[in-house]
Design a protein around this ligand. Sequence first.
Ligand code: GLV
Length: 309
Amino acid sequence: MSIVIIRQDDKIESWKKALQSHDATLEVYSYLEPHDKEKVEMALVWKHPIGSLKKYPNLVYLASMGAGVDFIFEDPSAPLALPITRVVDRQLAIDMSEHVLALILNYLKGLDSYKVNQTKKIWKPVPYKRIADVRVGILGLGVLGTQVAQDLAKVGFQVQGWAHSHKELQNIKSYAGNNELNPFLNGSDVLVCLLPLTEATTGILNQHLFAQLPKNAYLINVARGGHLVDQDLQDFIHKQHISGASLDVYHEEPLPKDHFFWNLDEVLMTPHHASVSDTNSVVPQIVENYKRMQAGLPLFHLVSKNKGY
Ligand code: GLV
């Protein structure tokens, strides 16, 4: 019985170390080192190479190393009949919340423009907005969206959230379903996308949605690049309906050097780093699930195949 870690960045060794220091009896391999593929029961994956899971004939369980699982559903050869779990972690949610708060404050206080002015030695106050005057709309009230919404409400923003079904959250106005999307958008000066990427939400950040936002609205996409129609955002920035955007996620990552976002002054880009699974925080739940799987017990944080998240 063993675990294989499949991801294409340089984090495999640190995950392996964290798993083994949590439980020294675990047999854990990088997919790149020699190992007996027939013995692997669990694959721990993050943006694995398409087709790589086919090499493991005896897998019984797939675990995403992050909150999202869209990359698993995008692999036509992934064994989707197996149980799939995702990370649900308080630290991940707090990190996301801090990132979104920082972006909104940066926008309200115009800090980016001061950095640009500083490089040109320009002394120029810019008008600022106040927290209490700003209505923030959170698209998606899952674990991350709920944390962000509640934290923003605590510091004084007027917060509303949109989800598949109505949510009862203190100080958060709840909207649900397609019928309530437009009224939700009409009252969102800042729109934060924290939806899971599914067939239903792919391309949801498009010209029709942007047209429903108040003039000068600001967009924050910290969910997935696939939610956004890039060209529509550029068009709405150019016609000054959207005043700017902060983007952490892109259709292709790293973003190709010739993409127009790099040169769009109104767009603040971060490299898919808003909130990253911390091994110390996340490894215990992964090991717990591995043991539950071996004991035939129900797993925590199972993904619904119908919903895709
Ligand atoms: C990050 O994008 C995650 O899904 O955890």
